[in-house]
Ligand binder design. Structure first.
Ligand code: PLP
Length: 429
């Protein structure tokens, strides 16, 4: 495979941008490769600047649930752009997207749009702290909630992959208010609330963890979070930046039938443009400025291009069979993948819910951060390189999800499975 142009761009980028990338995992260090620079993407395929085309299982880390450059989304962006790209004043598109989002997500009465998932979670904990008059945030080991200071404690893939324990530059004064405890551990959770409940403003969780690889909640885990936070007067925040519009139109909260107090959204909501959102009940959201005292703002928030892309995307997701089709395809793909692992004898553990999954290279059941860490990352790196050579674009880290989209048809997935079978055979030699 010729990658000269990517290599050239990477050398140039490293002179200009830290590590040559604008988000660390993209540098592909965990798999021992240099990044390929992307020229374009269409449907389930992505093409680099040297003209190599791959089947894409990263889906821009989640947003591209319709595949790349969906004509309806592209048209919406183009038509909106011709009318001006930012106004700094309200526009009708914000109302339309807010209506779609509040109708889709069960716990949302009101929603505020921001520009990224990071901004959504950062704003949600500010609101929770203001509402409760308490400072402490409880999160779970291996869950990622964006890069705001309070969350950079045992925070999932980017940090695992780079081996950075939290981050320098985050004051201890801030992190002392963050408690990180094991995912899926009901006993530790209950004990934490018993001991420190009166100091805790909020519990924030990925209802299905996606940033230590996919780790679904065990039966009773989310239910316990709901009941215990209620009885301690703590705000329960679902970070649905990945799961929102991914596991169902109404996200994990629809799928599991549990209503958080606040919900954070991102990724899919912007149709591939930078949008995040947070929302909840009338009571909570009425405390956000200008209705209430909790300050939060954004020059480009509710940007018309981003709103138009989100609206176009959500309208398609709203079609009756969208999620059942995606689910059926994902069921079939996961079964086939499991068969390949069995026949080739590669020790793997496939964690999946809906169209998000991770194939961990371990024999252990992966139910939390500690068990995720038993995965053989060197083997994943070999697998990654095998797959790239076979024309399949995987996430450059073991501790990430891969995502199927509406654009991955069974023929394409059959080719992916054939590539996996080849790669697994090589891994066993
Ligand atoms: C990606 C992600 C974020 C951060 O979103 P950005 O748009 O990258 O700031 C927050 N929470 C979860 C669960 C995510 O997967």
């Amino acid at each position: 495979m010729n990658t000269d142009r990517s290599a050239q761009l990477f050398a140039q980028a490293r002179q200009l941008i830290p590590g040559g990338v604008n988000s660390p995992v993209r540098a592909c260090r965990a798999v021992g490769c240099d990044p390929l620079f992307v020229q374009k993407a269409q449907g389930c395929r992505i093409t680099d600047v040297d003209g190599n085309t791959f089947i894409d299982l990263v889906s821009s880390w989640g947003p591209m649930i319709l595949g790349h450059a969906h004509p309806k989304v592209v048209d919406a962006i183009r038509e909106t752009a011709a009318l001006g790209t930012s106004f700094g004043a309200p526009s009708p598109l914000e109302v339309e997207l807010a209506e779609l989002v509040c109708a889709a997500v069960p716990s949302l009465d009101k929603v505020r749009f921001v520009n990224s998932g990071t901004e959504a979670t950062m704003s949600a904990i500010r609101l929770a702290r203001a509402h409760t008059g308490r400072d402490v945030v409880v999160k779970f080991d291996g869950c990622y909630h964006g890069h705001a200071d309070s969350f950079l404690v045992k925070a999932g893939s980017g940090l695992i992959t780079l081996g950075i324990p939290g981050s320098p530059g985050v004051p201890e004064d801030i992190v002392k208010n963050t408690i990180s405890i094991p995912y899926n551990d009901i006993a530790v959770f209950k004990q934490t609330l018993q001991e420190r409940g009166k100091e805790i403003a909020c519990v924030i969780v990925e209802p299905v963890a996606g940033n230590m690889g996919v780790v679904p909640p065990e039966p009773g885990f989310l239910e316990t979070l709901r009941s215990e936070t209620t009885s301690h007067g703590i705000v329960l925040i679902f970070d649905e930046v990945i799961t929102g519009f991914r596991l169902a139109l109404g996200g994990a909260q629809e799928r599991f039938g549990i209503r958080p107090d606040l919900t954070c959204l991102g990724k899919i909501i912007g149709g591939g443009l930078p949008v995040g959102a947070y929302g909840g009940s009338m009571e909570l959201m009425s405390q956000v400025a200008p209705d209430g005292p909790v300050y939060q703002a954004g020059t480009l928030s509710g940007n018309p291009l981003a709103m138009a892309a989100g609206i176009a995307m959500l309208k398609i997701l709203n079609r009756p069979d969208f999620y059942t089709d995606l689910e059926d395809k994902s069921d079939w793909f996961a079964e086939e993948l499991t068969k390949i692992a069995q026949t080739t004898g590669v020790p793997t553990r496939l964690n999946r819910i809906g169209s998000m999954m991770t194939c961990f290279f371990t024999k252990e059941i992966v139910r939390d951060y500690t068990s995720a860490m038993t995965a053989d990352v060197a083997r994943y790196a070999d697998h990654y390189r095998n797959m790239l050579a076979e024309g399949v674009w995987l996430a450059p880290s073991q501790f990430e999800a891969f995502f199927l989209s509406a654009a991955h048809d069974r023929d394409v997935l059959q080719r992916v499975l054939a590539a996996i079978a080849d790669s697994f055979k090589k891994l066993m030699n």
